[in-house]
Design a protein around this ligand. Structure first.
Ligand code: CUA
Length: 152
């Protein structure tokens, strides 16, 4: 009869986890991969016109696009520099394993999956310095995987 108790307990835990994840994704208004459904194989990154040269690109008066690449154990470009009062769309992919792209102190945290392009748009009104960190365990130096985002 203890088996039943453990079974019930583990089911409660699983439902709890799912509820937490769902709340995290929906409740905070995080934009996951967008409907462009873009993919890119890790071994095509170097030849790709966007990701081969990770960079910030101005696409409108106050609009910027950032093509970023995550890898063990860094982000490119680093630092990312963008002007204040701008709307920035980050396109992020991975060279190797699953990482994440977390702009510390904001609700921007997207998983970065090899083969896929994660897209997230963020408005930066004020100048400031943000850290970028990876919140998905990706290897021995996961805890050292960080970058800088400067809003100038
Ligand atoms: Cu990349 Cu953890």
């Amino acid at each position: 009869q203890y088996e039943r108790v453990w079974l019930l307990a583990s089911m409660v835990l699983i439902v709890g986890f799912i509820a937490t994840i769902t709340y995290g994704a929906v409740g905070l208004g995080i934009t996951m991969v967008d409907d462009r459904g873009a993919t890119i194989a890790p071994d095509e990154i170097n030849e790709d016109e966007r990701f081969g040269d990770p960079r910030v690109e101005q696409v409108g008066d106050d609009e910027y696009e950032v093509y970023a690449v995550a890898m063990t154990f860094a982000f490119q470009p680093d630092p990312i520099e963008i002007p204040a009062d701008s709307e920035v769309t980050f396109y992020v992919t991975s060279r190797d394993v699953i990482h994440s792209f977390y702009v510390v102190g904001t609700n921007t945290n997207t998983m970065v999956i090899p083969g896929e392009i994660s897209v997230v748009t963020v408005e930066f009104d004020e100048p400031g310095e943000y850290g970028l960190i990876c919140t998905e365990y990706c290897g021995a130096a996961h805890h050292e995987m960080e970058g800088q985002l400067a809003v100038l």
